[in-house]
Design a protein around this ligand. Sequence first.
Ligand code: NAG
Length: 396
Amino acid sequence: MVNKILPILLLSAACAFAAPTLKEQHGGVKATLKRPAKPAAIHEVYARDMSRWSNLASSSTGSSPLVNTDVSYTLSIGLGTPAQNVDLVFDTGSSDLWVMSANYNPSSSSTANDLGETWSVDYGVPGDETSAGGEEYTDVATIGSYSFTQELGVATTSQGMNGLVGIVGFGPDDLSAGTNTGENIPTPVDNLYSSGQIGSDVIGVYFQPITDGGSNEANGEVTFGGVDSSKYTGSITYVPITSKSPSNEYWGVDCSELAYGTTKLLGATAGIVDTGTTLILISSTAVKTLYKAIPGATLDSNSGLYKIPSSQVANLKNITFTIGGTAFTLTPAQYTVPANLVVAMGGTAGDTYTYIGDIGSSTTGQAFILGQKFLENYYSVFDTTNSRVGLATAAH
Ligand SMILES: *[C@@H]1O[C@H](CO)[C@@H](O)[C@H](O)[C@H]1NC(C)=O
């Protein structure tokens, strides 16, 4: 294996495939992540987050989970020769790469290779039947100026996908078993590593908090083969992947304590770090304790979010996850919906809502999901080489 780091920085989504800018960096290959700047009505987001987790937690087959297509971050990847560019949802909670046949046509690619295997995902979520299926191929994939051979599913049939182009999973490889004929499919970072283009099998992920409405924004970055030290401050806390099931099948981490101010919400538990979940979900027990500690807090049926009475807003306290001995704090400003986004997300102007929801279970092995609203405050590192997850304060 060639041990090297490729210092390529892709700066803007609009010219993600233009000539890369050479720049010395701590990290490896970088690519921009985009997310629609227009926020989505939260009740749908919340329902999808909940379905996603119940699907994750109950799935013995490792199907690619649901994602919130209208709020998720996407990564531009070129598929085939010549490259057909697609924006795929960037998902650390699954491990397949799959794309709708409307967005990638293997017949138009001179390098596509039909493996003669079928591929499918079926979520079976009540009231939200979502499935896709088709053939499995290999083809050349391109990220920036780097190319590698990638196995991918091409969906020729689908239901309930709501305009989704496809998903690129960066979860542990084991997750892809069960969606095809059974083997574990290497993710793009695995392929960049095994082809010697990056020196370690690791990605660093930076998300920028959503600030206003508007068009698509380049507001995230993924680094393949390293981390981008300009995107975080202080040091990275690394923790081994948890041994608690089912979080151990994902990018799962142990948390020694979750607290609201000085009120303990959870003791030692495990949960997952997941770029495909929008909100921050915590166990039902922890949710009850949290909102009991905030007089008058109610679950708002319109938005699906917890609403804080205006008289209590100034009294809100920090929420702290202690992971690897480090306190990862969310201040009230970080865990409440910004005032200028409340209406777009389905809330009432002037009211205050939180991003902290109920995961729908209370077991210690699946006690929380650190979704996008956590990751917009904390830089994250998914390190396959060392079976660990890293977190650091994001630089904004
Ligand atoms: C809340 O967290 C912020 C950021 O870490 C910190 O500056 C502040 O002192 C904390 N507040 C309390 C009451 O601990």
